[in-house]
Ligand binder design. Structure first.
Ligand SMILES: *Cc1c(COP(=O)(O)O)cnc(C)c1O
Length: 449
């Protein structure tokens, strides 16, 4: 790597108390009396300062961050260019509402996303607040533009927690359980999951099966959109077999169905390219984005074909805070940083380090190896844990490995339909030595069971 990264905080893991320490424990007590238990935290130390790959807690412990606040702080949680842009904008105005008095930052973000996203046709971009809101808006646009109702989503999908996006999300516990009734006209199809499905690496046949089910259960002319994560996030970092995405996209194109790529988690250099759909040269009609877009500030976007986006009547889309000027300033700075620091290149480099290290861990464990598969792209790598010698999911192992890593000061998240996956999403500005140290600990954590 030629880019040199610089940091404000020492990039060193350092534990000065047990985790969580006394200050975090005191805050947990206050929280318990003030915040609903329904809102959980996977690494219950309270943050005081963050930089690069380090989170310093209120007790002075420095932990290694392998989660980036769920794929958000790609450019770091205190990227100086982002921090300066936020401060500068906040000193002028924090809000006017784009639907009342517009401002340049919004337009500049839209121009930038129109240029960065795949497809050399004319595009438009609308800005919103969260990934779920972007997905809701993409569905609204697709339904209006096609005059159809049906929406196709996939097994293991995660698209958010609002009513419509809960309907699109596959997993009931914890996301949907007893929160219904859900939005109608959502149809779920089998996802290509090479580690588990009978099609294996034959993505074309897996897609043909899904297409045949769509034809039989809904009929193409009733389908407004197919929505899919090019690499699934919460569902387990499932990378569909080669051919699955292009076959679906071609079918959509031939049948007047809007192909929506939900890039909320996989977008913005995370997988080693600007967007994950680019790895198979898939050009979506609409792309939903959020998470990594603005260096930690809440912002989301829908970018897509101008004819679809402009089909909506004036006033049909919007929201009070959508495209907030401070968030737009942060996004412009974050997107520049991604180019300047070559974070797509760093994502690939990080992916190589992680894969090499964890492959060595798997090999060293011989017949006791619980790693069923290491998969993903770039800085989005999953370790699927199973009972050794089988593909039986081992959720307890994932849970205990994450807990062990946390006790040593490494924040690693779990995910997956079966809860048996460790997912690694480090900030793309993490230092190599720090990443290697975290992976050594994670290897011990996996071995410890
Ligand atoms: C996180 C996520 C969402 C929801 O985003 P929020 O900002 O939490 O509403 C939607 N789609 C995908 C793929 C996600 O990972």
């Amino acid at each position: 790597m030629t880019t040199t990264l610089s940091y404000r905080l020492p990039q060193k893991r350092n534990l000065v108390t047990e985790l969580p320490g006394p200050q975090s424990t005191a805050l947990a007590k206050r929280r318990q009396a003030a915040v609903p238990a329904a809102i959980g935290s996977s690494a219950p130390v309270y943050a005081a300062d963050c930089d690069g790959g380090i989170i310093v807690d209120v007790d002075g412990n420095s932990l290694i961050d392998l989660g980036s606040g769920i794929a958000v702080t790609t450019v770091g949680a205190c990227n100086p260019a982002v921090a300066e842009a936020v401060a500068a904008q906040a000193h002028h105005f924090t809000h006017t509402c784009f639907m009342v008095t517009p401002y340049e930052g919004y337009v500049a973000v839209a121009e930038k996303l129109n240029a960065l996203t795949p497809g050399d046709f004319e595009k438009r971009t609308g800005l919103f607040n969260s990934g779920a809101e972007a997905v809701e808006n993409a569905v609204k646009i697709a339904r209006l533009a096609t005059g159809r109702n049906g929406i196709v989503a996939f097994d293991h999908a995660y698209h958010g927690r609002t009513n419509l996006t809960m309907a699109l999300t596959a997993k009931t516990m914890p996301y949907k359980h007893n929160f219904g009734p859900f939005a109608p006209e959502v149809y779920r199809m089998p996802m290509s999951y090479p580690f588990r499905d009978s099609f294996g690496v034959d993505g074309v046949s897996a897609a043909q099966q899904a297409i045949s089910m769509i034809d039989k259960q809904i009929a193409a002319d009733s389908v407004a959109a197919v929505i899919i994560e090019p690499i699934q996030g919460e569902g387990g970092f499932i990378v569909p077999a080669p051919g699955f995405l292009p076959t679906l996209a071609d079918w959509c194109h031939d049948n007047g169905v809007v192909f929506i790529a939900d890039e909320v988690q996989a977008g913005f250099c995370r997988t080693g390219s600007w967007f994950a759909c680019e790895h198979e040269n898939v050009v979506p009609d609409l792309i939903t984005m959020a998470k990594g877009i603005a260096g930690g500030m809440p912002l989301a976007a829908v970018t897509g074909r101008a004819d679809l986006m402009d089909a909506v009547h004036v006033g049909g889309l919007g929201g009070t805070y959508g495209g907030n000027p401070v968030a737009c300033a942060a996004a412009l700075a974050a997107l520049d940083q991604m180019t300047e620091l070559d974070l797509a290149g760093r994502a690939k480099h990080i992916g190589d380090i992680i894969t090499e290290k964890l492959t060595a861990t798997a090999e060293s464990l011989g017949a006791q190896n619980p790693i069923g598969e290491i998969r993903g792209r770039g800085g989005m790598i999953a370790v699927e844990l199973v009972t050794p010698g089988t593909i039986e999911p081992d959720a307890n192992r994932a849970k205990s490995a994450a807990a062990y890593a946390f006790s040593k000061g490494v924040i690693a998240l779990t995910c997956g339909t079966y809860g048996n996956i460790l997912r690694l999403l480090p900030p793309l500005v993490i230092d190599d030595d720090l990443l290697n140290e975290a992976l050594d600990i994670l290897g011990d954590a996996i071995a410890a069971g």
